[in-house]
Structure formats: C-alpha cells, structure tokens
Design a protein around this ligand. Structure first.
Ligand SMILES: NC(=O)c1ccc[n+]([C@@H]2O[C@H](COP(=O)([O-])OP(=O)(O)OC[C@H]3O[C@@H](n4cnc5c(N)ncnc54)[C@H](OP(=O)(O)O)[C@@H]3O)[C@@H](O)[C@H]2O)c1
Length: 262
C-alpha cells in the first residue's frame, strides 16, 4: 500500500533566496533586510539590466542573474539551486500590461513554473490591494485605472497560478506604497475586503523576509497596510506572529523542517 509521507512545512534558515525585482523600490529594501538579518542565506538578485549588477552587489546581493522573466529560460536560470523566491516584480505601465504580456502576469507565472521545476520550497509574492476579493481596498478611481491597464487582472492570474502551483507560498497584498521608513506597525487583513490605506515599501520588504521564517504565514494571502496609513475601519484583521531569521541559522543547515499543522 502506498503510504503518503507526512506533509512538512519548510522554513528557510540558510540556503539561497532569489529576489526578483531586486532593483525596484521594494526589492532594494528586501536586499537591505536580508543583508542585516541574522540569516546566512545567499542572496541572488534578478535584473534585466547588466548595469545594475554592481549596485546590486553593493546593496548586499551575493549573486546577480541578468535575465527577463518573460523568457522562461531566463526564469529557469534565475531559480536554479534556489530555496526560496521573493517576487517583487512590477510591470512598467504601457503596451505590455495592456496586452497582458507583463511581468505581473506571464512573467510571474514563468517564475512560478520555473520554481516548481527547480524544487523551490517557498515563494513570497508581492501582489496588491485591489486584486481579486480585495478590490474594495483600492479606491475606485485607481481600481478602474489599474484594471483597465490590465495590472490587476494580471496580478490576479499570477496569484491563482501560485495557489495552484503546489509551492509553499505567502501572498502579500500591500496598499499604496510609500518611500517612508519602516514602521513595523502593520495591520494585516485576511479574506479580501479587509483593510485599505498605504504602507511603506520598507515595511513590505520586512514582511517579505519575515514570511520566509513565519510558519503561520504558510499558504495564506494577506492584505497589509501600515497602522499610520489606515483608511476607514478595518475588517477581518488577523494577528500574525511575524518571525525574524532564526538565530540558530547562523551555522545551521540549508533547510530546517518542521511538521505542518495540517
Ligand atoms: N505603487 C504602488 O502603490 C503599489 C501598491 C500595491 C502593490 N504594488 C506592487 O508592488 C510591487 C513592487 O512595486 P515597486 O514600486 O516597489 O516596484 P518597481 O520599483 O516598479 O520595480 C519593479 C521591478 O520589476 C523588475 N522587472 C520588471 N519587469 C521585469 C522583467 N520582465 N524581468 C525581470 N524583472 C523585471 C524591475 O527590474 P529591472 O528593471 O532591473 O529588470 C524592477 O526591479 C509591484 O508588483 C507593484 O505592482 C505597488
């Protein structure tokens, strides 16, 4: 008789993390958080621009892959030997998003497919308030604009693809992004029509990295805004005990396993 192995939840302690979108506003701050964390992860950054390699290394990237996620071969190179992906890709608005052939949609799906093939353990996706059942969290005018430009539908497809992928995932739907300093005071909603407002990119970056170390964030989709950026009355708030890189990781093995609750 075939006996199924018990499911395990994987928690990255060291190993290799790919930051896709590493040159972006949020991605650069993800590099900062990884660089200053207790974790011994090897940080790989992805960019399309060879000119960005040196600045990315200055910012703490140990490895840089030059590639375009619209090309499945580039996506495969980016995730080779990677344990976790933090995906903070964003499309430049324009023809690409209108034709639905964008980094937010097909590009992210390419990265998810490549991650599956490469045996990646965890995938953290920066999506957006306004996607799917979180539509009311984005002001109507913006929602119509970004829906019309194809951004929200593309992100919705990427979210669905990730949920169906079999990868261990966390999806973060931030409100409007700002360049303010991190507050560490985040309101987290779950279930769609929950919170509305803004959040510093630095806080989103912190949550991306914390998601790697937080078993409670496994296979969940969160709407996130900063307490100080809250608009209206929040609903469906959840308390998450966000973890930082475990100190045991200093000198630990590549991946630590802990038994899943389900
Ligand atoms: N702006 C907001 O208020 C807001 C609100 C909620 C959610 N979001 C979402 O949050 C995420 C992060 O936003 P952000 O403003 O911090 O990002 P951003 O500064 O726009 O950076 C976008 C990143 O995506 C990369 N990228 C784009 N196309 C790519 C491709 N084909 N292949 C590889 N890399 C590609 C760029 O890298 P290179 O150019 O170096 O290749 C860049 O690092 C985005 O998904 C955005 O939609 C934004």
């Amino acid at each position: 008789m075939y006996v199924r192995e018990p499911r395990h939840r994987m928690t990255i302690t060291s190993g290799r993390v790919l930051v896709a979108g590493a040159t972006g506003g949020t991605g650069r701050r993800v590099l900062d958080v990884l660089h200053t964390s207790d974790s011994e992860v090897v940080v790989r950054a992805l960019t399309r621009s060879p000119d960005s390699e040196s600045p990315l290394r200055d910012r703490g990237a140990d490895e840089v892959v030059i590639g375009d996620v619209m090309n499945p071969d580039d996506a495969a190179r980016a995730v080779a030997d990677v344990d976790a992906v933090i995906c903070a890709l964003g499309s430049s608005l324009g023809l690409d998003t209108l034709t639905s052939d964008s980094a937010d949609g097909e590009g992210t799906k390419n990265l998810i497919d490549a991650a599956c093939k490469a045996g990646v353990e965890q995938f953290v996706l920066v999506s957006s308030l306004g996607v799917g059942d979180s539509a009311p969290g984005m002001p109507l005018g913006l929602r119509l604009l970004f829906r019309g430009l194809g951004v929200l539908p593309a992100k919705a497809r990427a979210e669905a693809h990730l949920r169906d992928s079999g990868l261990t995932y966390t999806i973060l739907r931030p409100g409007g992004l700002t360049n303010a300093d991190a507050t560490g005071d985040i309101v987290v909603g779950e279930g769609g029509d929950t919170v509305s407002g803004s959040i510093p990119r630095a806080d989103v970056a912190g949550l991306c990295v914390a998601s790697l170390f937080t078993p409670a964030a496994t296979n969940r989709t969160f709407e996130v805004v900063a307490q100080g950026g809250l608009r209206g009355t929040p609903e469906g708030i959840v308390e998450i005990d966000w973890q930082t890189a475990p100190a045991a990781a200093r000198g630990g093995s590549t991946v630590e396993e802990s038994e899943s609750a389900d």
